[in-house]
Each structure stands twice: as C-alpha cells, then as structure tokens.
Design a protein around this ligand. Sequence first.
Ligand code: NAD
Ligand code: UD1
Length: 338
Amino acid sequence: MTRILVTGGAGYVGSHTTLHLLRAGHEVLSYDNYANSSSEVLRRVAELAGRAPEIVEGDVCDRKTLDAVMARFDPEAVIHFAGLKAVGQSVKKPLSYYWNNVTGTQNLLESMQEHGCRRIVFSSSATVYGEARYLPIDEDHPIAPTNPYGRTKAFVEGIIGDWCHAWPEASAVLLRYFNPVGADASGRIGEDPNGTPENLVPYIARVAANRLEKLGVFGDDYDTRDGTGERDYIHVSDLAEAHLSALTYACRSSGCEAINVGTGRGATVFEMLKAFEATIGREIPYEVLPRRSGDVARSLAAVQRAESLLGWRAHHDIADMCASTWHWQSCNPDGYGA
Ligand code: NAD
Ligand code: UD1
C-alpha cells in the first residue's frame, strides 16, 4: 500500500484514477479546489470503491495549505492532475493558465521537496507536440505547442525535468494523454463539462440525449479515410490504469520519462458518430461545417514506450467508449448537478 496525494482528484481523469487507486488498496488524499468539479464526485468514488479517499479542499497555488497536507499525510508519491484545460479559454486568459498550471506545479514541487516526497506522475498532453510532423507521434517528436494551454504543459514538463536533474533521487513520469473519453462502467462517474461541450464525444452524447440539436462536423475535406479529423481516443478507465503503472515505474526508477498514453489506433469523426449510433440504436443528426481553426487532420500515438517501460496497453475499443459514455449520460442527464 502506498500513500498517494492526488491533486485534482475530483476532476474527470482524477476521479477515475482515484477509484482505481482505492480499488488497488492505496491510501489516497484528494486535493482539489473544485474550480471545475464538485465534491459529489468523491462521494460516488467512495461508494464504488467501498472505502473513501481523504479529502482536502485546497488550491495548488496555496503553499500554506499544501505544506500542511504534505506534513500530515506524508505522501510517497503525487499524481498531479490539478490545472485548467480549456484551449480556447487559455487564449483569452493566458495568465490564469500560467498561474494555475505553471506556478501551481512549481509550488507543488517545492512543497514535495521540502517534505522529502520525490515521485510525481504528471498529466501532460499530446497537445505539446503541436502539428504532427510524422505519424504515429513518438515521444521524441519535436515539442511545439500552438496555444497557451499547450505551452503551460510544455513548460511544466521542462520544470519537472530540471527538478529531477537537480535531485537525482527524484523520479517523474510525464504522461502525454491523447484524447480521453468514456466513463466508468458503473455509470456513476463520468465527464461533466460546464456549458456546451467543446470536445467531440461529450457533444455527441448531448445530441443523443436530445439536449443539443445536432452535431457540427468540423470539416469533411481533410486528408483522411472519410475526410473528417482522425484522433487517438483512449478510454478513461485505461488511462486510469496507466497512472497505476506509471506509479509503479516511478517507485523503482529515477529521472524523468515522457510517455504517450493512447491506443495507437485512430477513429475519424464519422467513425465515432457511427459507433455512437450503433450504441444507441438510432441515427444522430449532424451537419458538416467549415474546419475549426487550429485543428489538424490526424493525431495518433506511438505506444511502444508505454508498453516497454510501463507494461501497460489499452484494452477498451471505441464501442466501449461510446457505451460507457452513453450509460453515464443517460443515468445522469444533468451530470453531477442533479
Ligand atoms: P478536470 O478539469 O475535470 O480536472 C481538473 C481538476 O483540477 C478539477 O477537479 C479542478 O477543480 C481541479 N483544479 C483546477 N485548478 C486547480 C488548482 N489551482 N488547485 C487545485 N485544484 C485545481 O480535467 P481532466 O480532464 O480531469 O484533466 C486532468 C488533467 O489532465 C489536467 O491537467 C489536464 O490538463 C490534463 N489533460 C486532460 C485531457 C482531457 O482531454 N481530459 C487531455 C490531456 C491532458
Ligand atoms: C482537444 C484539445 C486538446 C486536448 C484534447 C483532449 C483543442 C484545439 N484541442 O483536442 O488540447 O488535449 O481535446 O481531449 O481543443 N469535432 C467536431 N465537432 C465537434 C467537436 C469536435 O467535428 O463539435 C472534431 C474535431 O474537429 C476533431 C475531433 O472531432 O477532428 C476531436 O475533437 P476534440 O474532441 O475537440 O479533440 P481535439 O481537438 O483532438
């Protein structure tokens, strides 16, 4: 059993990972300021796991509260999810993104070091690669983010790398997620975006639930199988398991390693739409719109490093991703708000 401090434990990926950590017997403390989540999530996680995480409401930018938690809980490792993640909003409010994501992480690392905690698993993103120069994208692909959110992830990767270099006993895994989707099989926890979803799968789910009229397909003239954008969608339960494997890896190694988390297989917008229609047994209305600015044609992960270093690979296919999304959406039409 290991004591794990999970920042952002009430968020979408953090809550699924907390559930898997509890089920695997770890002691977990969730540290979250609920900027983009609700404490109801952790109540449900406790119900599913049959045991509760410790819960502290706090901000990673608040050093005093963080230090108090570090001193009392004395974590053996940190999984760091806390941060802001909306690309469009990061263009409008860049300083808020640098403060929460970069300053917040610096604070966390300082507090960890002061309390002798030397292992971290960090939520990075495939967005650090920017436009793919070749496919599949391996971890040696150039880092060239195209928006403030992506730059916060790239800066934090650099800071964590420097921290490990300066503290040879430290170990860090930078998990570069591709496109996380889906929900826990129970239908009790899932993704609950504020307002109108910007990402494909939550948007399709809202149309399927008759809460939005139709899906807008952003371009059908890309150089792909059917002209629509292709992405590497990864089931959030597989992603949660990747964090457990990364934790094990960080406990027996030192240094800083960046690792892609994807399936290595892509689905286009039309393929995802068809898969969702197969799940619900009826057609989902859509219209083709112009391309969304900043979008790329294809994004696909090279997954060899995850397999060789972590011994982890994804198991769920897009049918599972659609079925679990729909189960969550139909059991919780108002998300956690109900
Ligand atoms: P989320 O918004 O659901 O979860 C983030 C959690 O962190 C929320 O509960 C929020 O309240 C909390 N938080 C935000 N700022 C905080 C702060 N300053 N102090 C304490 N808590 C704070 O997002 P998610 O989808 O679960 O993503 C988790 C992490 O993974 C993020 O760092 C995100 O950038 C990264 N990521 C997500 C995706 C994705 O598509 N979901 C893809 C790549 C990377
Ligand atoms: C987005 C983020 C990226 C983040 C990723 C994680 C942007 C520019 N990028 O990537 O930083 O890491 O989510 O999930 O926001 N699509 C439609 N109609 C819609 C929504 C999307 O056709 O209403 C298409 C897009 O054009 C794209 C695909 O669906 O081809 C996936 O889009 P989305 O879910 O937003 O993810 P990404 O853009 O890949």
